[in-house]
Design a protein around this ligand. Structure first.
Ligand code: IMP
Length: 198
């Protein structure tokens, strides 16, 4: 089954290909399609953004499309940076700049009040306009000193309390099993398995 993944983000494409290993899904990256324009992520929430990306990319490619929207929601900041996670400190911001801005906002906030969730909404959009949505949430705490060099984005400052490690210290296989994206993908795979049996 061929599915186009609606992203050009190398870090995400790698994670997602790993998660779909062992399934019969042949994942094509958006980088293989140069007719698809940049899509403004101007929705009010993760679902609106993922659905828009999936619908537009399916229109241009004529294929079934998987799109996700994800981000970090920090409790004490009322859910910031949320849908603005990738561009928290401005368009084209680097991960280091975004992390720096977040840590500046959390200056003086005690560790016990630094709860946060990584969230991921996944949309599987078919060429007939029907779609399914899946959602994953991963709880953690934001720490002041970045640790680890795996992953991307806010991983080095996202501490997983049960494991006492940051997401960037976790091996990819572990992160992919327990992360927000891992949870949403597990639901997607279960749904595909169930539909295949019918
Ligand atoms: P998206 O590409 O619009 O979904 O933006 C996602 C942004 O949220 C990324 O650029 C990161 O800043 C952040 N993010 C989402 N998932 C993760 C993750 O697994 N680790 C670290 N940061 C993440």
């Amino acid at each position: 089954m061929k599915i186009v993944f609606a992203s050009r983000n190398g870090g995400k494409i790698k994670e997602i290909s790993d998660m779909l290993e062992g399934t019969d899904i042949e994942l094509a990256s958006l980088n293989n399609y140069d007719n698809v324009p940049e899509i403004a992520e101007d929705g009010k929430n993760f679902l609106e953004n993922a659905l828009k990306k999936a619908r537009v990319v399916s229109g241009y490619t004529g294929e079934t499309v998987l799109a996700d929207d994800s981000g970090l929601q920090v409790d004490v900041l009322g859910g910031e940076p949320g849908i603005y996670s990738a561009r928290y400190s401005g368009e084209n911001a680097t991960d280091a700049e975004n992390n720096k801005k977040l840590l500046a906002k959390l200056k003086g906030v005690p560790q016990e009040s630094r709860g946060a969730s990584f969230c991921c909404v996944l949309v599987l959009y078919r060429t007939d306009g029907s779609y399914d949505c899946f959602e994953g949430k991963w709880r953690g705490q934001i720490i002041d000193e970045p640790r680890g060099s795996n992953g991307f984005g806010y991983d080095p400052i996202f501490m997983v309390p049960d494991l006492k490690m940051t997401a960037a210290e976790l091996p990819a296989e572990i992160k992919n099993k327990i992360s927000h994206r891992g949870q949403a993908f597990a639901q997607l795979k279960e749904s595909l398995r169930t539909k295949a049996k019918k």
